[in-house]
Write a protein that binds this ligand. Structure first.
Ligand code: A3P
Length: 334
């Protein structure tokens, strides 16, 4: 009798996408590439570094995604708090549907991971299928992307759909990415050296980087078209979540009524989407996303300023220096 094969590890499932179109293979072979400290190999496409294994999904999304004017897109750099904002936006937008106490017990966020409820266009929906059928999504559709503003599908920029961009202090984002990358790495290879990763990050070499250009693209779009792009900071959300939830609701055209402000609806959403609540749910503690990533990897500490526990003052100053130079004149401060 043959011994049964062990199930593939999360890492093998994650990196095991060989389903790449010829167009993508040809393009890949013509693009500059670099070894990455997070997601394997990176390729430089239209001014940004992307994990080569996602280029297929990026091209398909750019070529085929048709935005509706009612769509809401959450855009982020990875490790900026995407999981949190996915949960917040889902709970906010669909609150009427799950308002009564009976449906509260069965709220989708209690039984599904935020990444399953709000899928990413290029990493998920368009990765395996060139033109997936999105008809099953109820309107307004809530979707996510890590694509930089200038690389968004034309229809997103041309339509009246709205974008919420979440950014986070680059030092915490970097440390969060480094932890995440270590999870993806085979254990026997040990930890990824932090100084080398930092050096690459400061030179713009990270997935969806340069980090600064990603942030600046959305920041500029938000200044120019504030009715279309809302720029939100993780640290500000943490400091005053109630005010920022109301700001999100106003921007999305679903402001809280006087009654909702009185009856605890705002607090209920924040409580349900809090780090403590989401990370303790069975659905987020075990199992994998369809991409192979373990759900629990998306909940580490969820704190502001955790970088000090991993980086020396000089290392922090390197990111500060890069930030000062890149964000100069933009008004962006962390
Ligand atoms: P840390 O690694 O600093 O803990 P993303 O969702 O973009 O992948 O980002 C992951 C980061 O967001 C992780 O940061 C994670 O712990 C944090 N996070 C996840 N859920 C959160 C929540 N409900 N509130 C605040 N932060 C959260």
């Amino acid at each position: 009798m043959q011994a049964s094969q062990p199930p593939p590890t999360s890492r093998a499932r994650y990196f095991g996408n060989d389903d790449v179109s010829q167009e993508c293979k040809d393009l890949l072979s013509s693009l500059p590439s670099e070894e990455d400290w997070t997601f394997g190999s990176l390729c430089l496409y239209q001014g940004f570094w992307f994990p080569s294994r996602f280029l297929n999904g990026i091209l398909a999304c750019q070529n085929h995604f048709q935005a509706h004017s009612s769509d809401i897109l959450l855009a982020t750099n990875p490790k900026s708090g995407t999981t949190w904002l996915k949960a917040i936006l889902f709970a906010l937008l669909y609150r009427a549907k799950y308002a009564n106490s009976d449906s509260q017990q069965r709220h989708p966020l209690l039984i599904q991971n935020p990444h399953d409820l709000v899928p990413c266009l290029e990493l998920r929906l368009f990765l395996k299928q060139e033109n997936p059928d999105l008809a099953a999504f109820a309107s307004p559709r809530l979707l996510a992307t890590h694509l930089p503003y200038t690389l968004l599908p034309r229809s997103v920029r041309d339509s009246k759909c709205k974008l919420v961009y979440l950014c986070r202090n680059p030092k915490d984002t970097f440390i969060s990415s480094w932890h995440f990358a270590n999870k993806l790495k085979p254990e026997e290879k040990g930890q990824i050296p932090l100084p080398e990763s930092l050096d690459k990050f400061c030179r713009g070499l990270n997935a969806f980087g340069p980090h600064w250009d990603h942030v600046l693209g959305y920041h500029k779009a938000s200044s120019e078209t504030p009715e279309k792009v809302l720029f939100v900071m993780y640290e500000e959300m943490k400091e005053d979540p109630r005010a920022h939830l109301r700001r999100l609701a106003n921007f999305l055209g679903c402001p809280f009524s006087e009654e909702e402000l009185r009856d605890g609806t705002v607090e209920g959403i924040l409580r349900m989407c809090s780090f403590d609540n989401l990370s303790a749910l069975e659905v987020n503690k075990s199992g994998n996303l369809s991409t192979g990533l373990e759900k629990k990897w998306f909940f580490r500490r969820g704190e502001v300023g955790d970088w000090v526990n991993y980086m020396s003052a000089e290392m922090g100053e390197r990111i500060d220096g890069a930030m000062e130079e890149k964000f100069y004149g933009s008004g962006l401060k962390f």
